[in-house]
Structures are given as C-alpha cells and as structure tokens.
Design a protein around this ligand. Structure first.
Ligand code: AMP
Length: 285
C-alpha cells in the first residue's frame, strides 16, 4: 500500500469493495463527478464524509450528457491530479469506469424526464438531462449508496435527480451542497479553465449582476424589468445571455416576484467559447 486512494474501474470491482463495507454496516456516500476536481467537488466529498462512514467518488465524463457541438472531446481529464486530490481529501474509493464499461455495445436504454427537466437547461441543451439521469441512475444502481451528493451549482440538475429518485423509488437520500465560489463570486467550475485572463475578469460579472437583481427582487420588486436590465448589462460587457430568470425554487415554474414562494434566480451565458451557469436563492426581505 502506498497510501493512494483505491480505484475501481469496473462495476464488479466497485460492488466488491462496497459490499465489504456494507457487510460491516457502514453508511456509504456517493459523489458523482466528471473529474477535473476543484474545491466545489471537494465540498461534496466533505459533506459525504460528514454523513457517511465511506465516501465513493465517481469520475466519468459522460458522453450522453454532451450535445453534438459541445466539449466532450476536449473536456479536461487530469486523472493523476484528481486521484491526488481525492487521496489528500481522505475519500475511500475512486470509481473510474471506461465509457465501454458504462455503455456496453448495444446499450439502448435512456431515462426520459419531464417536470423540472423541461425549462432552462432542458430547453437550451436538448437531451442533456436525459443523459445525466441515465448515468446517475446507473451510478446509483451500481454503487447502491445510502446517500448521494450533488452541488447547488447545478441547481436544476439537483432538482431533476431528486425527482427521478423519488419517481423511481430509488432507496437513496439525495443531498444538495451549497455552491463554492471564487473570492469575486464566480462559481467554481471545471470549465473555468477555458476562460482567457480577460474573460476570467469579466466572468465575475455574472454573479455580481445576479446578486444585485436578487437584492432588488427580494425587496418585493417585479422581476421582469430588473432581469431585462441585468441581461442587457451582461450582454454589454461581452456575455451572450441564454437566460436569466426568476423561478419557483421547488418546481422551477416561472414566477413574477419573490413575495409568496421560495424563489431562485438562474442564469446561463456564453462568454467566448465557455458556457457559464449560476443560480442563487432569492430570499424575500
Ligand atoms: P461536474 O464534475 O461538473 O459534473 O460536477 C460534479 C458535482 O459537483 C455536481 O453535483 C456539481 O453540482 C458539483 N459542483 C460543481 N461545481 C461546484 C461548485 N462550485 N460548488 C459546489 N458543487 C459543485
């Protein structure tokens, strides 16, 4: 043993390791990721460790959740760095299946979603959430964890996974973890490495504009004019905003203000070749 984290690359290996822990009665947490790990991912690992005796981190760049013109081929895959980070964090097992292990020849099953998967990311990235749900359902079935941990950074994804787990009676607690940010407010993301130094400076504007809008809406203002102004401001500094919207925090239904229901402000914007998403709670004053 050199102290490095154990790694499993097949479902059989994964199940064998987890089976040993389960036989001892250990509560098991799963943290699904696509790798290129940063402090946001490590916050999920820490949350899992706080609640579970054993923490399994999956690293799998899932081809089914990328669109044909998206960055599947170029998505960063720094495997040795990722394993070093997981070792330092004290995670118990890295699960790193190859694409062929996850999707054997002839694979023909997809989870198809409605409800919270339809608007926003669902409308802008057709098929994305079906791909996410399919791989998350497989990971949950392969590892059979007691709890699985997802970041609020991908807030809609968290709601979609919760809905799927409930609808399919998957016996797992789905736990959301707050977004980890850079000091200037930019949400940590594996895709931030695509940003040029200029773009990196501009990128902080997304959260800044969202915070300002959320503040005004929290005081009871109608969202429409505020969001229109926010979109114009972002587009003026170089973003191409796909959406900036106020939604019901539980159903993602559109809402006009934040006076009666918990609300969430969600955004997606292109900056150069990088697509950024962010979201924040809007708390009525
Ligand atoms: P990804 O590797 O981008 O698929 O993300 C894997 C998990 O980490 C997802 O549940 C994400 O929501 C979560 N995550 C990514 N970035 C952050 C962040 N900045 N803060 C908290 N969680 C994050």
């Amino acid at each position: 043993m050199n102290g490095d984290i154990a790694a499993a690359r097949s479902v059989a290996e994964l199940r064998q390791r987890i089976g040993d822990w389960r036989a001892r009665g250990n509560r098991i947490g799963l943290v699904p990721t696509m790798g290129a790990l940063h402090a946001g991912h490590l916050a999920l690992v820490a949350a899992a460790q706080a609640q579970c005796r054993r923490t399994v981190v999956s690293i799998f760049v899932n081809p089914k959740q990328f669109g044909p013109r998206e960055d599947f081929a170029t998505y960063p895959r720094p495997e040795a760095d990722d394993l070093a980070k997981l070792t330092a964090a004290g995670a118990d097992l890295a699960y790193m299946p190859a694409v062929e292990e996850m999707y054997a020849d002839g694979f023909a099953t997809t989870i198809s979603l409605g409800g919270p998967a339809e608007p926003l990311e669902g409308a802008h990235r057709p098929g994305h959430f079906d791909g996410v749900a399919t791989v998350v359902c497989k990971l949950l079935t392969q590892a059979a964890p007691d709890a699985a941990f997802f970041g609020e950074k991908d807030y809609q994804q968290l709601l979609v996974v919760r809905r799927m787990a409930r609808d399919l009676n998957l016996p797992v607690d789905i736990i959301g973890v707050p977004t980890v940010r850079e000091p200037d407010g930019l949400a940590l993301s594996s895709r931030n490495v695509y940003l040029s130094p200029d773009e990196r400076r501009i990128a902080a504007g997304l959260n800044r504009v969202m915070q300002a809008a959320a503040g005004e809406i929290a005081e009871g203002a109608e969202a429409a004019a505020i969001l229109e102004r926010g979109i114009a401001e972002l587009n003026a500094v170089g973003f191409r905003v796909e959406y900036l919207e106020l939604r019901d925090a539980e159903t993602l239904a559109p809402i006009a203000d934040a006076t009666s229901r918990p609300a969430r402000l969600l955004a997606a914007a292109q900056l150069g070749r990088t697509r950024l998403i962010d979201n924040i709670a809007v708390r009525a004053a």
